[in-house]
Design a protein around this ligand. Structure first.
Ligand SMILES: *[C@@H]1O[C@H](CO)[C@@H](O)[C@H](O)[C@H]1NC(C)=O
Ligand SMILES: *[C@@H]1O[C@H](CO)[C@@H](O)[C@H](O)[C@H]1NC(C)=O
Ligand SMILES: *[C@@H]1O[C@H](CO)[C@@H](O)[C@H](O)[C@H]1NC(C)=O
Ligand SMILES: *[C@@H]1O[C@H](CO)[C@@H](O)[C@H](O)[C@H]1NC(C)=O
Ligand SMILES: *[C@@H]1O[C@H](CO)[C@@H](O)[C@H](O)[C@H]1NC(C)=O
Length: 574
């Protein structure tokens, strides 16, 4: 079995032909859809979907005119005009400023250096609760020269260790080397600003290229078997067309593509399992590798030019009368005493006692679908509820898991999402797509669905993620149509611990882009979000793809607060 990772010449010829066809079709579509697209785009852009990095309307208009290579044109399902339009809007929404041309050949010394960069608290005054704090960040290169273009990925947090309080900042890229981080001031007392450079703009440009061009950087495999004969072949969502015969495992209902090379001696039906094959190495040059150095330019703190501390006063009547309404920030909540307090009219309950959770979940079925970050929710509930019995003990991390409390009529289920999944071998029979699973649910007020889909999609072009979410969204809409009381909770992506290799396959930059797409695609539906992104950024614990238990508890409490809202409107602990 030949494993060919590099695409053949023929394949690129094919891409060229498809590209020109694509261009022609696009022109035709453009003529008919231009008007509606324009309205759509403008409204989508002004909605401040992610609030982390803002888009520049005129620049995204320009970006729109760059034609993209469609992902895997010979294998993917064609999109309807509406789907294509939505995809374009979403791609515009996540358009990221690229370093000026020529910067591919920069020396490391000309790229962003967090150690030389500084932040400054602007409009210093007497702050009070409800004000907005603005921090200006000037990025500099390794020789201390100010950067002149944007595109760096920064994260910002305001926190008070003594109150175990924290809130995520909203970062605005002025595209000239200067950034603003804005924070809502939500508690009284002294507070400290943290700004971290996750990646330089030059590094993000590398990640962007990897995402669009090197979707082979994680590969998968399957074992085919019959009697004593076994063969292992390479599988993926997209395989080069002119290598060897393929087995087509495209899902009939969702149309989600999946292919393996056909085994030499066995038929395609003999596929036993699915597993991660491995990571493709040597995907960046030696020069590019310099942009991904732990402790040097990945997740390194930027220092304050003078103070990083402010003192926030209680809101006096006088201060309230002087206040002008600040720019609305997309802050979804903050921590106080390590407890998440959501903003925006949702009242949070903290379920400290198992009986309170049992009471909330009485007579309910909770279906959890997604990656290992959703499995954490199952594991958390399983560990705290005394009357819960796990009836299917599948030791494999892939599950599926089921737990029941027959005394209180509670059912919990967890199942991984369909491929791509990077995981230990999983039986073919257990590979299920979330959309199909949702179609199998009756739903109703006693049914809860929790979803978390992101981490396994970061090595693919974002179109793949959009398409997967689209299939899931259709199923959610069908579910809510037939059973309107169903509670649907969506967990967003979160930042994680990064070093060089993790960055190339799983960077926060990929996750942040997914976060924006996810929120935009489910906006307006009767679904609820658990903002894992901000819950991890705001917390004092180090970033981890699997957030620590203290954060998971807050996430599950958030879900339970949606299921069993506190009708008194107070924050409460049970
Ligand atoms: C699409 O159509 C509009 C108006 O008909 C035109 O202004 C625009 O240049 C077209 N875009 C492309 C990429 O052809
Ligand atoms: C957006 O980008 C355009 C072109 O680069 C620039 O002229 C304009 O000033 C920018 N606007 C804002 C609000 O940054
Ligand atoms: C800040 O508060 C101090 C003490 O209450 C007061 O003297 C000072 O004038 C205030 N400054 C501003 C800019 O309001
Ligand atoms: C794979 O199967 C799907 C659905 O059965 C079909 O639409 C698609 O065209 C097939 N792919 C190839 C390359 O034949
Ligand atoms: C749960 O269902 C049982 C049987 O239908 C019912 O008697 C009980 O009141 C329900 N409990 C709650 C909290 O809904």
């Amino acid at each position: 079995m030949k494993i060919s990772i590099t695409m053949s010449l023929n394949f690129w010829k094919y891409i060229l032909i498809i590209l020109s066809l694509y261009g022609l079709i696009f022109l035709l579509i453009n003529i008919t859809l231009w008007k509606s697209w324009k309205n759509h785009l403008v409204s989508a852009l002004y909605k401040d979907q992610n609030g982390i990095q803002s888009s520049n309307l005129s620049e995204t208009h320009q970006a729109f005119h760059h034609k993209r290579t469609p992902y895997c044109p010979h294998l993917a399902q064609p999109l309807s005009p509406e789907e294509e339009l939505e995809e374009r809007n979403l791609l515009d929404l996540i358009a990221w400023p690229k370093p000026p041309s020529g910067s591919e050949s920069l020396y490391l010394s000309q790229t962003s250096d967090p150690v030389h960069s500084r932040f400054t608290i602007v409009n210093d005054k007497n702050w009070s609760v409800g004000d907005q704090l603005e921090v200006q960040v000037q990025l500099r290169d390794f020789k201390g020269r100010p950067k002149r273009y944007g595109g760096d990925l920064l994260l910002a947090r305001l926190h008070s260790p003594q109150y175990r309080a924290g809130v995520a900042g909203q970062v605005l890229d002025l595209k000239n080397g200067i950034y603003y981080a804005r924070f809502s001031l939500l508690w009284e007392g002294s507070a400290q600003v943290d700004v971290v450079m996750v990646h330089s703009s030059e590094a993000v440009a590398v990640l962007q290229r990897l995402r669009e061009k090197r979707f082979d950087r994680v590969y998968f495999s399957s074992i085919f078997g019959q009697g004593n004969h076994f063969e292992k072949t390479i599988c993926n969502m997209c395989l080069p067309p002119d290598q060897e015969p393929l087995c087509n495992f495209t899902d009939h209902r969702t149309g989600e593509p999946w292919y393996c090379y056909k085994p030499k001696m066995l038929s395609c039906d003999a596929r036993n399992n699915h597993a991660m094959g491995g990571y493709t190495k040597d995907i960046i040059t030696k020069e590019e590798a310099l942009l991904f150095q732990s402790g040097k330019n990945i997740k390194v703190a930027i220092r304050a030019s003078s103070t990083d501390n402010i003192n926030v006063l209680a809101l006096t009547k006088e201060a309230a009368s002087r206040r002008r309404e600040p720019v609305k920030l997309a802050t979804s909540g903050y921590y106080y005493q390590d407890l998440w307090r959501p903003l925006g009219g949702i009242s949070m309950r903290h379920f400290d006692k198992a009986f309170a959770i049992t009471l909330c979940l009485n007579n309910k079925s909770v279906y959890m679908y997604g990656d290992s970050t959703m499995r954490q929710w199952f594991e958390y509930l399983h560990s705290v509820l005394p009357d819960l019995r796990q009836v299917t003990l599948n030791p494999k991390p892939v599950g599926p898991f089921m737990a029941v409390d027959s005394k209180h009529n509670i059912l919990l289920k967890y199942r991984f999402h369909g491929p791509p999944i990077r995981i230990t071998p999983v039986m073919t029979s257990e590979l299920r797509y979330i959309a199909n699973e949702l179609d199998g649910l009756t739903g109703g007020p006693d049914t809860v669905v929790a979803l978390s889909v992101w981490a396994h999609f970061s090595t693919f072009p974002v179109e793949v993620y959009i398409n997967r979410l689209r299939q899931i969204r259709k199923a959610v809409v069908r579910l809510l149509d037939r059973a309107p009381g169903t509670v649907v909770v969506i967990r967003t992506p979160n930042p994680q611990a990064l070093e060089r290799d993790v960055s190339l396959y799983n960077s926060d930059w990929f996750s942040l882009q997914q976060d924006t797409v996810l929120r935009a695609m489910f906006e307006g539906l009767n679904v609820r979000f658990v903002d894992a992104w901000q819950m991890v950024v705001a917390h004092h614990k180090p970033h981890n793809v699997h957030p620590p238990r203290a954060i998971v508890k807050n996430m599950v409490d958030m879900m339970l607060s949606y299921i069993c809202p506190d009708l008194t409107g107070n924050q409460s602990r049970q």
